[in-house]
Design a protein. Structure first.
Length: 113
């Protein structure tokens, strides 16, 4: 369980930054060179490389170097732990809200009797 929490922390940290999310959005279209990823951000290449390192550490992307060109690709299944955790949270809160609704309906019926 501790590994799962650490993994989720890395993923949520990586997803918390809008620049990293925009990089992931771009990579969802297909692999891209780091220089192509840096252009729309307006950030310097070393800054973009730090963002890429965070994404790679979280397992959200992979990089490959061919000579001087580094290419990044998204790893879609890396989001599975986030999806699983969110599904668990949704189920828990839906169950709580269903119980609250049932309680409120019963309380209103009891009041009118």
């Amino acid at each position: 369980m501790a590994k799962h929490h650490q993994e989720l922390s890395l993923l949520f940290h990586a997803l918390s930054d809008p620049t990293r999310r925009s990089i992931l959005t771009r990579l969802a279209e297909g692999p891209a060179r780091v220089t192509d990823l840096s252009e729309p951000t307006g950030l310097r290449l070393p800054t973009v490389m730090r963002h890429i390192s965070v994404l790679e550490e979280a397992g959200l992307i992979t990089t490959a170097k061919d000579g001087r060109i580094r290419t990044c690709a998204i790893v879609p299944e890396a989001l599975d732990p986030v999806r699983s955790w969110l599904d668990q949270q949704r189920a828990m809160w839906e169950a709580r809200l269903d119980r609250l609704e049932a309680f409120a309906i019963k309380a209103m019926k009891d009041r009118t009797q």
